[in-house]
Design a protein around this ligand. Sequence first.
Ligand code: SF4
Length: 274
Amino acid sequence: MLQQTRVAAVIPYYQRFLERFPTPAALAAAEEPELLAMWAGLGYYSRARNLQKAAALVAETFPSDYAALLELPGVGTYTAAAVASIAFDQPHAAVDGNVRRVVARLTNDGLVDAGRVADELLDSKQPGRWNQAVMELGATVCLPREPLCEACPVAKWCAARLAGTQNELPLKRKKPEAEYLEKTLLIIRSKGRLLLVPGVRVAGFWDLPEPFKGVRVGAKLGEFKHTITHRHYRFLVFEGVASRIPADGCWFEEEDLGKLPLSTTAKKALRVRV
Ligand code: SF4
């Protein structure tokens, strides 16, 4: 849940999630619509699906070595190394953004292979404590901007501090260019039901349809803006009347919408006013 997401935003989700799925077996048994509804708002839904797949695999026995942890869906080298070292004392350096920053500054090298250096520096007798110490150093002392070098316990070994380049490291990654897109969403109702289609922006969620063959676009109901990573959308919302519906479309009773994994864009569209 914490990947790309602030801790403060995650806490209520985490608590609700653990209440509803207190064990890996409970999570593994959940229906996907409920799982996605519990995750709605956190984004990056593949994480929820991977977490569920991993829960099914660890429900019986939790893997205790790095290679087996790495086999779990959604688990990459950082998570596998953190769990293997902290829970099972195995000598693997956990390299997150904090560690990458510390290593780039210690070596005064913006292009350094942080994983290799972190593995070389690792205290193999206490790998879990070592990993937590380096991560904590990055999170609390070797800050992205204005690192607290005066208070740093490794200052005398730090090449960037000696060279006075600590504020220039690590090198900034180029962000993807912003895209601005305009889309139309249609609110099509019939006999107390609403037409929905499988979402194209976020898989596993239902969304309002865009114009399709067999629909007459009616009055404009309003518009709203929505951003997904670097894509900035302007959604125009219209009424529609369908003489036939798309093959993957489904009618849903409006009173049941609360139980569905409904996309954020559909929720926003249903609230718009001209
Ligand atoms: S001396 Fe400064 S730049 Fe170097 S590791 Fe410590 S806090 Fe980071």
